[in-house]
Design a protein around this ligand. Structure first.
Ligand SMILES: Nc1ncnc2c1ncn2[C@@H]1O[C@H](COP(=O)(O)OP(=O)(O)OP(=O)(O)O)[C@@H](O)[C@H]1O
Length: 245
């Protein structure tokens, strides 16, 4: 267990990202606090992944600012080291599952060598992967690799964990295992901000929803309210499964 997030809240101030004459993220202002799991929803191409990358500092906004607890975030090491992101197709090292985690812990530099192995084994166990600790990460199944990537990020005990489509192309059993892991990480004090295409998963995990459409933030709503009474026609159409104009 570790203390609740401290680099939060995350504030976006008119964040815009334009490229090739197209505005892909359009003046998003929002404040995201530490207290609930945040799920970013929206149709294909809405800008969900891009928004996560902007928040995490992988991409700099072309206008506006991303701030953590009020400070200008981009390029700041103190905030960068306290957040992690797991991508849709995680990049794993050509090492064992266990070594993928101990290596990340060594880079982070918070734990002594002797403590890293125990933390890494604990992280693997928390996602049901204790039995593959010595196996090369690259031979693991897609679902196992995704769980390993999440365990590796969680082992760093970040204040905030960004997850981009953590269960894309996984079967229902593997997806549920990842959902359980996400709940456990949240319960241990890490703020979760994630995207998903799976509306069932969004209903199970979301406590608040950011709904994006064509780079614009249409709704920032408690999850129950979003699913029962979407405020915008775009969100209502999205929830019905219609193509969103
Ligand atoms: N670095 C970039 N340069 C140019 N265009 C980009 C860049 N990153 C994203 N885009 C474009 O921005 C738009 C939003 O992309 P993004 O991947 O964020 O959407 P998404 O909502 O996550 O979509 P999906 O649901 O299909 O995963 C897309 O049209 C994409 O092609």
């Amino acid at each position: 267990m570790h203390a609740r997030a401290t680099i939060l809240p995350l504030s976006l101030d008119r964040v815009t990202y334009a490229r090739g004459g197209e505005t892909l993220i359009d003046g998003i202002s929002v404040t995201i606090g530490s207290s609930s799991r945040t799920v970013v929803l929206g149709p294909n191409g809405a800008g969900k992944s891009l928004l996560l990358r902007l928040c995490h500092g992988l991409v700099a906004p072309t206008d506006g600012a991303v701030r953590w607890a009020g400070a200008d975030a981009f390029g700041r090491r103190d905030t960068a080291g306290r957040q992690a992101m797991v991508f849709q197709r995680p990049v794993l090292l050509r090492r064992s599952a266990l070594a993928n985690i101990t290596y990340a812990l060594a880079l982070q530099g918070r734990l002594e060598r002797g403590e890293r192995d125990a933390r890494a084994r604990e992280a693997l166990a928390s996602v049901g992967l204790a039995h593959v600790a010595e196996r090369p990460a690259r031979v693991l199944s897609g679902g196992e690799q995704q769980r390993l990537a999440i365990a590796r990020a969680a082992a760093l005990e970040p204040d905030v964990l960004f997850l981009d489509e953590p269960t894309a192309s996984l079967d229902p059993g593997a997806s549920r295992a990842i959902e359980d892991a996400i709940r456990a990480i949240d319960a241990a004090g890490t703020k979760i901000i994630m995207t998903t295409h799976d509306l069932g998963q969004a209903r199970r995990l979301a406590e608040e929803v950011l709904f994006l459409c064509r780079g614009r933030l249409m709704e920032h709503t408690p999850a129950g309210e979003f699913f029962e009474h979407p405020r915008t026609p775009q969100a209502a159409a999205f929830l019905r499964g219609d193509l969103v104009a």
